[in-house]
Write a protein that binds this ligand. Sequence first.
Ligand code: GDP
Ligand code: IMO
Ligand code: MG
Length: 429
Amino acid sequence: MANVTVIGAQWGDEGKGKIVDWLASRADAVVRFQGGHNAGHTLVIDGNVFKLSLLPSGIVSGTLSIIGNGVVLDPWALKAEVEKIEGQGVDINPDNLAVADNCPLILPIHRDLDGLRETAAGSGKIGTTGRGIGPAYEDKVGRRAIRVCDLAHLDSLEPQLDRLCAHHDALRAGFNEPPVDRERLLNDLREIAPFVLKFAQPVWKRLKKVRKAGAKILFEGAQGVLLDIDHGTYPFVTSSNTVSGTAAAGSGLGPNATGYVLGIVKAYTTRVGSGPFPTELTDDIGKGIGERGHEFGTVTGRQRRVGWFDAVIVRQSCAISGVTGIALTKIDVLDGLDEVKICTGYRLRGNVYDYLPSHAADQAEVEPIYETMDGWKESTAEARSFADLPANAVKYIQRIQELIETPVSLVSTSPERDDTILMRDPFMD
Ligand code: GDP
Ligand code: IMO
Ligand code: MG
């Protein structure tokens, strides 16, 4: 298996960016295939912190980085991020960055709608990142999106704008908002077009060439399986398929390109935004884990909700995404606890469940069944070999492996790129 697909197996922020960056030096291309700048992937290299939302995490190591057609692209966010990362000393040019010319665009009207809906929903809000992700995917599926390739044909955009604005003007009227300022939108697009078009191309063709040359492709998922539009905690989800299967459709390759599926799994659980979270901790233990793990959103700065490890959802994610092996991250954050708990099943109205039921009300009501293990007082932070881990941490990892029915391939012990323990090499498996 030459290729590796990295996906989040919980509610996002599992540490995908760190692991993709670590693997990127051995890949020939890194591809984002869904989501948009709702993602926040953090890389730490010799103390330098890089926060990426839209750019694939391979860009920092100079690996060919590709934004696939499955991504929704905010062209202004792309420009801002390219400038920010270039400001950190990374060279970004059409040789190392390619953008699919069939990517739908996120426009300011999508961000408007995202915000208007969230405000109107009050306490029932999803808690989106406010980036316009959902409305942009709606327009893609509704066949009225403006896409990257349209930026080269702005003089003939009128019929498309008619369709798009007819839809948005009706929605905006419902919120007492003025109609779309078409002239301004067109001017803004004219201004940004040359920047995006520098990188635009049919990336499926580029990937075909890369594959033919026998090169290794690393697919970088965003969000996590529990945020998947089909398989997640609907409606508290994002608007794309976050599972491994999307890597192929979202980049223009067949399903056999996916290769080794590496599920990224945090050693405990976090979630940002609203929605069910069976193992959530609202006590001091949760607070302590959140503080030690710096659990604040990379994109919005919001405090992440924290809870015990939930083996039920991770087992489910691994099955749904065909996970070959997992990378267990942030084990160091649990150092020093007297005991650690793992959720092994749920209780719901007198019945025991070994999976998360589909209905939102059931998901909100399930009560976790816990198994308690002794914690460890020794430090796992910065360990680079399995032999350096304390016995109780090893037991915890082994128990997780058993419960999720999936082997552990990597363990991450700090935010730094090289503080990573390799057990099975995904590129060699
Ligand atoms: P992503 O969205 O999955 O890429 O994850 P984020 O970057 O949003 O959040 C993960 C956070 O944990 C980042 O701040 C990382 O630098 C950090 N991190 C990643 N792996 C580890 C680890 O093993 N230990 C610790 N302490 N922090 C980690
Ligand atoms: P990474 O790639 C964690 C969450 C939002 C909200 C829901 C819908 O860094 O793991 P959206 O803006 O996508 O319509 O919001 O999804 N969400 C994430 N949570 N990590 C992410 O990305 C997320 N991207 C979206 O908080 O609950
Ligand atoms: Mg993140």
